[in-house]
Design a protein around this ligand. Structure first.
Ligand SMILES: [Zn+2]
Length: 407
């Protein structure tokens, strides 16, 4: 069964093109990618050796940026990039179903190889912004989208920009930066981190393929929200199952080698076979990291799960996100260090329900030195006269004030 011709012209994913552009701008990145792959493989081995019980569930807080050009800001309806809250929530539901292996579709591999990845998603907020530009390139406009609707801290949230994309692409994603374990402690400001702009870290999805069961979704092939499942897979370090070259590797042994992508409008999920190095195998067209129609996708494998968790541990921004996510509960927590301080004060702040926080700083006489700074984690106190100060944090209706001393 073939879907409409218009679906045949669509291009599932621009992440490979985005990565190629990055590599051409920052040739040094290739060496880092090779080192990253080694680090990931080593970490997977260590994790397998150490594991004694089931994985903890990791919850990823999500901020959705909706960028539209609808005068008067109407919400929802066909052709409107200013999509409804229902459509946005449906995408979060799809992510949770797909990453927990509770999708309704029973594919060829579902029983034996589909796993619960142990990764979940929680919608924190939707940021809606009007902009006159009607469409964006998934390859070259990430900076522009991030300028129109700035990312919430990319080491605390998964940022998803939803807009109308040009060139018939459905979506794209920025691959994570991964470092050696011993570099984690050096923080976020290494050269590679600078090269790969932290401000654009996230995924970009065309509004017509985001979520399910909405009048804005008109494709018969890409209609169940799997574009975002796929792009978030890249954001977590997964590679296309054909390895982006004929009979290439995705570094996951339990996804069979595939000659190329399954880019088709055949929504009956007809089996596809590959001949690679003299061996004939059935492609895992059910894998979320193939290009198959949404209805044919249902599988993340165990090796993909192991890879995503290794990346969550090794990528400095992802690791920080997980750390915050685990501690965030119902209560606001604030830690300041060092204290006394003479140079830079660091604030570890955990907020209720992953919300943003504001910071006000007062001196001993009650004069406000910093006003309503959002998500302020570092404070340069070099120019502060020595003495006692108050660091007041507010989030989700709660407030905590901590003292610190500048000497
Ligand atoms: Zn892709």
């Amino acid at each position: 069964m073939l879907a409409q011709d218009s679906d045949a012209l669509l291009q599932r994913c621009a992440s490979t093109e985005l990565e190629a552009l990055k590599l051409s701008r920052y040739p040094a990145l290739q060496k880092l990618r090779n080192k990253s792959e080694e680090a990931i493989q080593n970490r997977i081995k260590v994790n397998k050796a150490l594991r004694t019980s089931a994985d903890e569930i990791v919850t990823i807080p999500v901020v959705v940026h909706v960028i539209h050009s609808e005068e008067g800001n109407p919400i929802g309806g066909q052709g409107n990039a200013n999509i409804s809250d229902d459509q946005i929530q449906s995408q979060i539901d799809v992510l949770n179903e797909d990453y927990s292996n509770t999708s309704g579709y029973k594919g060829f591999y579902t029983d034996s190889l589909g796993v619960d990845t142990g990764i979940r998603f929680k919608l924190v907020t939707v940021v809606r912004t009007f902009n006159e530009k009607t469409q964006f390139s998934p390859i070259t406009d990430a900076d522009e989208l991030a300028a129109i609707s700035p990312a919430w801290l990319t080491n605390r949230y998964l940022n998803i920009w939803v807009c109308r994309l040009s060139d018939r692409y459905l979506g794209t994603s920025q691959f994570p930066v991964v470092t050696e374990i011993n570099e984690l402690t050096t923080g976020l400001s290494n050269e590679a981190e600078k090269a790969v702009d932290a401000l654009t870290d996230g995924v970009i999805i065309d509004f017509r393929y985001f979520g399910r069961n909405s009048p804005a979704i008109t494709s018969a092939v890409y209609n169940l929200g799997r574009t975002t499942t796929h792009e978030v897979g890249h954001w977590l370090g997964l590679i296309h199952i054909w390895g982006d070259r004929n009979c290439g590797t995705d570094h996951c042994a339990d996804t069979p080698t595939a000659f190329t992508k399954n880019e088709t409008t055949d929504i009956s999920c007809t089996p596809v076979f590959s001949d690679c190095r003299g061996v004939t195998t059935r492609n895992m067209i059910e894998n979320y990291m193939d290009y198959s129609p949404d209805a044919c996708m249902s599988v993340f494998t165990n090796d993909q799960k192991e890879r995503m968790h290794a990346v969550l541990q090794l990528s400095p921004r992802r690791a920080k996100l997980v750390e915050y996510s685990k501690i965030s509960g119902d209560n606001l927590l604030v830690e300041l260090y060092p204290n006394p301080v003479s140079d830079q004060l660091t604030a570890n702040i955990y907020t209720p329900n992953y919300q943003i926080f504001t910071v006000n700083v007062f001196d001993q006489r009650g004069h406000r030195i910093v006003s309503d700074a959002v998500n302020l984690n570092y404070l340069d106190v070099n120019k502060f006269p020595s003495g006692l100060y108050f660091y007041k944090v507010s989030s989700g209706g709660q407030t905590i004030t901590k003292r610190f001393v500048v000497r």
